[in-house]
Design a protein around this ligand. Structure first.
Ligand SMILES: O=C(O)CCC(=O)C(=O)O
Ligand SMILES: [Fe+2]
Length: 586
């Protein structure tokens, strides 16, 4: 069945709204009416309430003794609260510290830079707001950055160029953060990366070492077919390019790139069968290409307005098939067949836009395209993006990997507590859909009238929230009252989402929560959402339901579930209510 472009492109859109952070810069004393909540119950919170969200010690939970009281605690936290804080979680604190400063840095970027990452009318990824479906809808006192993440990879694509004749597509991407790749940050080659888990290896300036690293990178970039058999044509598929800052703009640190560029070029020539040829483009532009004699694929030599070294691949459409790029850092799966199918239907205007090379519209357009074609979501970074963004992408990779790990660990423990078949849990969540939402709540001149985040339950299975500047604001609804979740330094707040309520057939509860704002300190939080695999059917777990526990929810494909969710305004738990099966007599 052919998919409609609009159907495959993304999971949702949201009306574009102004930035609250910019609004606050105008030193307003009253908030605009669009933010005033008539029925906001003025944040009544029983501050004297002894109730607080349970705290789970992960190391103790994993001890696996026969009378595991921590497992009981987890089970009751998920049933009674739908919320808990997790400490002793093993996530590196230096990663958390780095991530924290980079997230804050991201929100503090100049507006000009942020605009490049702003949401588009038909896609809700990027800076902006979610769930805005009408012009008169009340807005939250919050700016956010939302991104869909890959189940198992992040590939940094810097640009994707389609030839006018649509016969081939060229992809320009970061090779690997680990070997043979020199990111430049603030005009300096990064000599080390402090992010734990990344193990970024940067060659020093000696040429012999550079050679060695280059060939390592070459080996690492070998292309594998889906059956894991090494494709022979590999070395012809890619090449290295050095940074392409215009001669007169060259800065000190760029000398390294010249040196490395020469070495790479010399080495590359020795390894390939093809000759460098000048190819005349349709528009008359002459480009240097290496044409592989055997399969006709070309590698184009390009000079990018980019601060980092990149790989470049040109793949003729006809050859495209699902492929895996095996790097020493991650495995990247791309179904080129589908890109081909979709690209063939691109209107010529879009092709022209893409061919006109790096512009943010190109990148986001391509991002949407790629997001739609594979369960592996690909993040595309435009080289025009500020290097701070580039940095956060690197840190985020380590952060989301830790969050995935933590989510899966917790889900396994929950399966145990629920007496759910472990293989069913693994089958549902092994490659779960992950997304990230960074929330920035600026100070508010009238905090009692506004709300930072409308009361809602999360649509995913498990949310892991990092309250990164230790500012209070999150509240959960417990027996009709709002209970604050006091930030514990470097702990995570975990909550059950609607998917987990469905999978557990209602045993675990997704609980309504909201975020309030205050007049003295901005608040920053990052939520990572973990859901079932994109190709799974969402419904109560088969190993939980039975004659004594009939299904409480209907079953539907996960993709459909998300699309309907993002098309609505947030409204408490109403979405989950729609999934409920009405049993006779209820
Ligand atoms: O910022 C918070 O504390 C709440 C965030 C949240 O609920 C969400 O991102 O879904
Ligand atoms: Fe939430």
């Amino acid at each position: 069945m052919e998919k409609e472009a609009s159907e495959v492109v993304n999971f949702g859109k949201s009306l574009l709204v102004p930035s609250v952070q910019e609004l606050v810069k105008e030193s307003i004393t009253q908030i605009p009416s669009r933010y005033v909540r008539e029925t906001n119950d003025a944040h009544p919170v029983d501050q004297s309430s002894p109730l607080s969200v349970p705290v789970i010690d992960l190391q103790r939970l994993l001890l696996c003794d026969s009378i595991n009281s921590e497992l009981d605690k987890l089970h009751s936290a998920c049933k009674e609260w739908g919320f808990f804080q997790v400490v002793n979680h093993g996530v590196d604190t230096s990663l958390l510290e780095t991530f924290k400063s980079e997230v804050i840095g991201l929100f503090n970027l100049p507006m000009e830079e942020k605009k490049k990452l702003w949401q588009q009318e038909d896609n809700h990824e990027g800076f902006g707001q979610l769930f805005v479906v009408s012009e008169d809808q009340k807005l939250d006192w919050c700016d956010m950055f939302y991104m869909f993440l890959s189940p198992n990879l992040i590939l940094y694509i810097l640009g994707l160029f389609v030839r006018n004749d649509l016969l081939s597509i060229s992809m320009c991407f970061v090779l690997s953060w680990k070997t043979g790749f020199l990111p430049m940050y603030m005009a300096d080659w990064l000599s080390q990366c402090n992010v734990t888990g990344l193990r970024l290896v940067i060659p020093n300036s000696s040429k012999s070492l550079t050679n060695q690293v280059t060939s390592e990178a070459a080996a690492a970039m070998a292309l594998y077919s889906a059956s894991e058999e090494l494709l022979e044509t590999v070395p012809c598929f890619f090449d290295f390019h050095e940074t392409g800052i215009e001669e007169e703009e060259r800065v000190e640190g760029d000398k390294r790139s010249e040196e490395i560029g020469e070495v790479l070029e010399a080495e590359g020539e020795g390894e390939r069968d093809g000759e460098i040829e000048e190819v005349v483009e349709e528009d008359g532009e002459i480009v240097d290409c290496i044409v592989d004699e055997d399969n006709g694929s070309t590698i184009e030599y390009i000079v990018q307005q980019s601060e980092i070294q990149v790989g470049f691949v040109v793949v003729p459409f006809l050859e495209w098939k699902p492929m895996q790029f095996e790097t020493s850092f991650c495995t990247v799966s791309i179904d080129f067949t589908m890109i081909t199918e979709i690209a063939c239907h691109w209107p010529s205007e879009i092709c022209r836009l893409i061919s006109s090379k790096i512009s943010i519209s190109t990148s986001s357009c391509v991002r949407r395209l790629l997001t739609s074609v594979s369960t592996s979501v690909i993040i595309i970074v435009s080289p025009s993006i500020n290097s701070k963004c580039m940095r956060i992408m690197v840190t985020m990779e380590a952060y989301i990997a830790s969050m995935k790990n933590l989510a899966q660990t917790l889900l396994n423990q929950m399966a145990k507590a629920l007496e759910m078949d472990k293989t069913e849990m693994v089958g549902l969540f092994s490659d779960g859909v992950q997304s990230i939402r960074m929330n920035y709540y600026p100070v508010c001149p009238e905090p009692q009238k506004a709300i930072g985040f409308t009361p809602h339950s999360d649509a995913d299975a498990l949310t892991i929230l990092y309250q990164l500047n230790d500012t209070q604001g999150l509240q959960v609804r417990k027996d009709g009252n709002w209970v604050p979740v006091l930030p514990l330094h470097n702990a995570f707040v975990v909550n059950i989402g609607d998917i987990m309520e469905i999978v557990s057939n209602g045993i675990y509860r997704s609980i309504e929560h909201r975020a309030t704002v205050n007049s003295t300190k901005e608040r920053v939080s990052v939520a990572t959402f973990y859901s079932t695999n994109l190709d799974s059917e969402l419904g109560p777990a088969k190993s939980i339901v039975g004659p004594l526990n009939p299904p409480q929810f209907r079953t539907e494909p996960v993709g459909q579930y998300f699309k309907r969710f993002f098309a609505r305004k947030l409204d408490g738990k109403s979405y989950l209510d729609d999934m409920k099966l009405r049993h006779r007599g209820t």
